[in-house]
Design a protein around this ligand. Structure first.
Ligand SMILES: [Zn+2]
Length: 275
């Protein structure tokens, strides 16, 4: 087995800058004890891995899916009251473009534009795609936030803690499928940590997910897109989109590019691993 990697998200950048500046880092629950800033505070730098693949790598098909955006399913609301499905679609499209531009992958997308797409139809598309790996993208929300008004008269939840990414997989399979799921999930998480992203500690996950390595969680909810595909699949919760610091960092192109490069490297390492 080789190396691992992953992550990402977005929103409107300019509108977020005041939050990163307004919060006193010394009061942040995510500020390190030795006064060294850690992700997602400003001053932390992400490092995108350099993509390398063997000459005989070929051009495998990857299924990239934006979570939610199904009929009557928009996902959660960010601290700016924007829908998660919109963030997920942006990340899906940017990741797909990044993977295609490497020349190493053919990408099939689970959602297209603003159209609502059922999960059943996505599974049909996946089965017909010849894809060998699937990555689904989400933004997370976590307990402990408080209401605030991003604009006068509009209330949403803002959470000053509980930052970080999560990678989810289903361990109910056997043999090569279980090996592939495990390898992909761990590759994405290890890559994200190497790049400088911080894994969520998971205090809200009890009963829903079981801890694996840092940043990786074994699904106990039976999520369809982790359970049903006959190829290895993972869900990446890119960040807590109710946390102002993390949303501000995800609005930076450099953050998203580091995430995409990490996912690309994790895909290569998974497909070249000795299972
Ligand atoms: Zn979601």
């Amino acid at each position: 087995m080789q190396r691992l990697n992953t992550v990402l998200v977005c929103l409107t950048a300019l509108a977020l800058a005041p939050f990163a500046q307004a919060q006193n880092p010394a009061q942040s629950p995510d500020f390190a004890h030795n006064n060294t800033p850690i992700w997602p505070l400003s001053g932390t730098v992400l490092t995108a891995p350099e993509l390398q693949a063997p000459e005989d790598f070929g051009k495998p098909v990857i299924f990239v899916n934006a979570g939610h955006g199904a009929p009557r399913n928009s996902g959660s609301l960010s601290l700016f009251c924007t829908w998660e499905m919109d963030h997920n679609l942006r990340v899906q499209d940017e990741l797909a473009e990044h993977l295609e531009q490497t020349g190493l992958f053919t990408v099939v997308r689970g959602r297209h534009s603003e159209h609502r797409t059922s999960y059943a139809s996505r599974l049909e598309s996946l089965a017909a795609s010849s894809a060998v790996l699937m990555v689904e993208l989400h933004a997370d929300v976590r307990e402990g936030g408080t209401l605030w008004e991003p604009t006068p008269g509009v209330e949403c939840v803002r959470n000053l803690g509980k930052t970080g990414f999560s990678v989810l997989f289903n361990d109910s399979a056997t043999g090569a499928l279980l090996e592939g799921r495990t390898t992909l999930a761990r590759a994405v998480s290890a890559g994200l940590r190497d790049a400088g992203f911080r894994p969520y500690h998971g205090s809200d996950y009890e009963g829903a997910y079981q801890a694996d390595i840092p940043g990786v969680w074994r699904d106990r909810r039976g999520l369809m897109m982790l359970r049903r595909p006959e190829i290895p699949s993972v869900i990446i919760e890119t960040h807590n989109h109710q946390n102002p610091d993390e949303v501000a960092r995800w609005a930076e192109p450099a953050t998203r590019q580091a995430f995409y490069a990490t996912v690309a490297t994790a895909l290569v390492s998974t497909l070249t691993a000795d299972n």
